[in-house]
Structures are given as structure tokens and as C-alpha cells.
Design a protein around this ligand. Structure first.
Ligand SMILES: Nc1nc2c(c(=O)[nH]1)N[C@H]1C(S)=C(S)[C@@H](COP(=O)(O)O)O[C@H]1N2
Ligand SMILES: [Mo]
Length: 528
């Protein structure tokens, strides 16, 4: 009798793996079970060589900006999730082909063997999910059983279709009255119905959770620079980023969920004795509030991976006396629940009381995607040096490479000074003092903790003109600048540059974000 080809295996793989993904989705949304495709994706992406990841990041950021797809952070995260699902589907196709080959080489293609294969295939997946899932709310035992059952269902279904299509019908069974093609069409429709139904139900569960809307600090407080003289040019980005608009970048397809009841900040390594702090204990230390601009080292010139909010926490200097450090300590390795880690030097902590373990943003407990319950702030550094979801501090006598340093990014990741034109407001032309017309031009300048002393604008090839600087929210946030351009009809190209607090000019030479952060001047052309 005719034996099924390798493509049949691939087809079965698709037909079974699509509903399988849906079942995992439903389990995640309805019961807090792990969404296995994301676990696998995160596991693999942590193991890829730095150059591959960097290429991936740069390509993705380039495409999102080139095609103007929207918020880089949001689109990139969605793309990652999509890749996670597609990768799992490809795995399912390959598995389908392999299982097909195995069944073909056996005389009697039995369901038992498919079950066995489903079970065997699930073992590596079980291990990865059990050790890497960060979002599920059920016990490891339940996770293990769940994944096993879903895989066995996949195996049973595979064996069943295989037999139905190619096996010898047993005497007592109904005579086969559907052709293979008819059977496949019917089976595909069932798979499609299950997939659509499951996805819809899962989405419903996802919507059901109502967040308790607490009021952020900014809803009821004036900003510290509320009486600043210089007003932003119309169309300049908001000076204070709302929590939902703050960019998000991390190595997690889904942000890790931490249960505060189980969570402790562990302090270990070269200390008199290991310590643990609850969140309440951390909150009992004197509180510190700082307005902070955070930027990702992957942010291209004029990119959107930069945001500003109000951070609340405890200065590391407050905690040092509690730690009982041995004299040889030089660094802390900050470890996070997602496997991310970075080092901060004791010297930096001693020299800068702004280095702060942070538990609130804009007056609310840290949002889960932004590091709940604890993250660190280290002034003047890119985000890659500042772990979210912190679980431990290890006191050491040496420096160690952090997550992105190991993958080829800058060891110090000091923020590169940057300035951006947000808007040439041709829709808000004003009357100047002597009857002329003025076009407000505005944007931001940022130099980490080094401050901005001057911003200059060049229109076409004219002389550079000094912009007005708005008093910033703090010495560690971006500065809003504004320049009123004397209207002249035609197309004009505007370029911006800035100077750090001590007069050091922004680097004008173009450099890509990798490995040390983007440099170069931002220009826009506008017709008026
Ligand atoms: N645990 C953990 N912390 C992390 C990261 C991460 O992947 N895992 N990413 C870092 C990077 S690269 C950046 S830019 C900032 C972004 O913080 P945000 O998402 O709150 O804006 O978090 C940093 N801290
Ligand atoms: Mo980043």
C-alpha cells in the first residue's frame, strides 16, 4: 500500500501544532498555565550569539522606523511574540516530519508509538518551560502534567490521522468511506474551528481582568518646573512620559511576574552574613524621589526608546551600612529573576547617592513590565546597566560582564549626548515682535547626568542659532529646547546640536547604536 511522503508529515505537523498553540494560549489566559512557545523563544534567544541578537535588534528597529510602524518598543515586542509562535509552529512541522518518518519505517503504525513520541518530544520542552517560565501562576507539578498531556494529545492525534489515512482498517471498524482528500479537508476544518474558538475564548479571559485604577502621582501634583519661562514648541513630546507610554525593552517575551509574598531582596557574597529584605523593610528606609530620563543603548538618533518619569526608592548609600560588607568588596552583581544581570561598583555607589533601588514609578508600585517589584537606577548609564525585577545583590571583589556586555555591548554604557528635533511647528506660526512671522521649532536634548548647557539650531547652511532651554524636571532628565525660526517660504533643513553641562559638544560623527550608543546630529526637512 501507498506510504505517506515527508510533506504529509509536515502537513500533519501544521494541522496539529496550530490548535496546540491555541490550547496553550487558552491555558495561559484561562488558568495561568505557561504559554510554552514564549518560554522556548526566550530560552533560545538567551543562547544565541551576541552578534546574531544585535543584528536582529538593529534590523527590527530599522524596519519599524523605516516603515513608520509606531512605537518601536511595542511593535518590537509584538514582533518577538509573533516570532515565538512561528518558531514553535516550525518546530511542530519538523516534529511532524520526524514522527512521520518513524511511523513509516514501522510495520504497524500504532497509536502507542505516537503517544510515546509525543511524550518524548515533550521532555526537553518540559524542562525549558519548568525552568524558564516566568508568568504562570500554578505549581511546577501542574505545569509538568499540563505540558505532558498536551503533547500526548498531539501524539495521539498524529497517530490517529496517520492510521486513518494510511493504516489497514480493522475488520470491526466502519468501512473507510471518505477519500484521503476529503478526510484532510474535514480534519483541517476541525483544526481551524478549534483554533478560532479557543483563541476567542482565550482573548475573552484576557480581557476579563480589570485593573484597579490607582492614581499616579502626576495626576494630582504639579511638575517641579511648572513655572519655567520657556514653553515647549507646540508638537514637542510630553516632558513627562505617562506610564503607559514609557518605552519598554527587555529580554522577555512576557514580563516576569513576581509574587510579593515570596519575594525578598537577597544580599549575598562577601558579606558578614547573607541577608534578606522584604519590600516593607526596603520601604522603611528614607524614601527618595528623582525625575529620571531612561534611554536604551539601542535607541537610534531621534528614536523613541527614551522616556522620563518620577522614580521612588531607597538610595543604595542608605543600605550599605546594613549589608555588613567585607573590606575586599568592590562590586555588586545585580541579578534579576529573568536571568539578566549587571554589575555596579561600590565606588560609584559611594560617590553618587542617586544610585537607587527603585520600587515606584510616578507614585505607583513599579508596573510589571517595568520591573516590579524592584529595579535599580544608575545615573548616566544606558538602560542595559540597570536591571529590572531584581532578586539579589551579590557582593564581590571583582567586576563582571553583564548580560549585554557578554553579548558585545559597551562595558560602561555611558549615555551618549543627544539632541532631537521633535517638531517644526508650521501649524503654529506666531507673530514676532516686529511684525514678522515665527515658526516654533522644538525638541529635547539629553546628556545623562552631565546636563545640557546649550542647544543650537542650524537652518539650511545659515549660522548656528542658540535655542532657549526650558528648566528641566531635574539634572538627570532631558531638557526641552525651543527656537523660533523667522519664517521664510520654501523648504528648509533644520539641524540640532547640543553641549553638555561643562561645554563638551555632542559628538557629531555618525555611529550606530551598537556597541556604545548612537551618535550624530539629527536633521529634518520641512516645507513652509
Ligand atoms: N531584568 C532585566 N532588566 C533589564 C532588562 C532586561 O532585559 N531584564 N533590559 C534593560 C534594558 S536594555 C533597558 S533599555 C531597560 C528598559 O527599562 P524599561 O523597559 O522599564 O524602559 O531595562 C533594563 N533592565
Ligand atoms: Mo536597552
Amino acid at each position: 500500500m501507498k506510504k505517506p511522503g515527508i510533506l504529509n508529515g509536515a502537513l500533519f505537523g501544521i494541522l496539529l501544532t496550530v490548535p496546540m498553540i491555541m490550547i496553550f494560549y487558552l491555558g495561559w489566559k484561562a488558568a495561568g498555565l505557561p504559554f510554552v512557545p514564549f518560554d522556548l523563544f526566550d530560552w533560545i534567544s538567551r543562547r544565541l550569539p551576541g552578534a546574531v541578537i544585535t543584528f536582529g535588534i538593529e534590523t527590527m528597529v530599522g524596519i519599524i522606523r523605516g516603515l513608520n510602524l509606531g512605537s518601536t518598543a511595542v511593535v518590537a515586542k509584538t514582533a518577538e511574540q509573533l516570532m515565538g509562535v512561528v518558531q514553535f509552529l516550525i518546530g511542530g512541522i519538523i516534529a511532524g516530519m520526524l514522527v512521520n518518518i518513524v511511523l513509516r519505517s514501522l510495520k504497524d503504525s500504532s497509536v502507542q508509538i505516537a503517544v510515546l513520541i509525543g511524550g518524548i518530544l515533550s521532555i526537553p520542552i518540559e524542562i525549558i518551560s519548568l525552568t524558564h517560565n516566568q508568568t504562570s501562576s500554578v505549581s511546577l507539578f501542574v505545569i509538568a502534567i499540563w505540558i505532558l498531556l498536551v503533547f500526548i494529545a498531539w501524539g495521539i492525534s498524529f497517530g490517529w490521522i496517520y492510521r486513518r489515512m494510511w493504516g489497514q482498517p480493522k475488520k470491526e471498524e466502519e468501512p473507510v468511506n471518505l477519500s484521503r482528500r476529503q478526510f484532510l479537508v474535514r480534519f483541517s476544518s476541525i483544526a481551524a474551528v478549534i483554533t478560532v474558538a479557543g483563541t476567542s475564548v482565550g482573548a475573552l479571559f484576557g480581557k476579563r481582568k480589570v485593573e484597579v485604577a490607582e492614581e499616579p502621582w502626576s495626576a494630582t501634583h504639579a511638575m517641579p518646573n511648572a513655572d519655567a519661562n520657556v514653553q515647549p514648541a507646540p508638537g514637542t513630546r510630553p516632558e513627562f512620559t505617562s506610564l503607559k507610554n514609557h518605552y519598554r525593552i527587555d529580554i522577555d517575551t512576557m514580563p516576569p511576574r513576581v509574587d510579593l509574598n515570596d519575594w525578598r531582596l537577597k544580599v549575598s557574597g562577601l558579606v558578614k552574613k547573607p541577608l534578606e529584605f522584604t519590600m516593607d523593610e526596603l520601604r522603611s528606609f528614607p524614601q527618595m524621589n528623582q525625575f529620571i530620563t531612561l534611554e536604551c543603548i539601542s535607541n537610534p538618533i531621534a528614536g523613541d526608546l527614551i522616556s522620563t518619569t518620577r522614580w521612588t526608592g531607597v538610595s543604595m548609600q542608605q543600605l550599605l551600612p546594613e549589608f555588613g560588607l567585607n573590606p575586599e568588596v568592590t562590586h555588586f552583581i545585580i541579578r534579576a529573576v529573568d536571568g539578566f544581570a549587571e554589575a555596579v561598583s561600590l565606588e560609584d555607589i559611594k560617590n553618587d547617592n542617586r544610585i537607587m533601588l527603585t520600587y515606584e514609578w510616578d507614585g505607583l508600585s513599579l508596573p510589571v513590565p517595568h520591573g516590579f517589584p524592584l529595579r535599580i537606577y544608575i545615573p548616566d548609564r544606558y538602560g542595559m546597566k540597570q536591571p529590572k525585577w531584581i532578586e539579589s545583590l551579590e557582593a564581590t571583589d571583582h567586576w563582571e560582564e553583564g548580560y549585554w556586555v557578554e553579548r558585545g555591548w559597551d562595558r560602561n554604557a555611558r549615555v551618549r549626548t543627544t539632541s532631537v528635533i521633535d517638531k517644526v511647528a508650521t501649524d503654529a506660526i506666531m507673530d514676532g515682535p516686529d511684525g514678522n512671522k515665527l515658526v516654533p521649532v522644538g525638541g529635547i536634548a539629553y546628556a545623562g547626568a552631565r546636563g545640557i548647557s546649550k542647544v543650537e539650531i542650524q537652518a539650511d547652511t545659515n549660522e548656528w542659532q542658540e535655542a532657549e532651554l526650558r528648566t528641566p524636571l531635574s539634572a538627570t532628565t532631558w531638557v526641552i529646547w525651543r527656537y523660533n525660526f523667522p519664517y521664510s517660504q520654501g523648504e528648509h533643513t533644520f539641524t540640532v546640536r547640543c553641549y553638555e553641562g561643562d561645554g563638551t559638544p555632542q559628538i557629531a560623527t555618525f555611529a550606530t547604536p551598537h556597541p556604545s550608543g548612537a551618535t550624530g546630529l539629527h536633521s529634518v526637512s520641512v516645507k513652509m
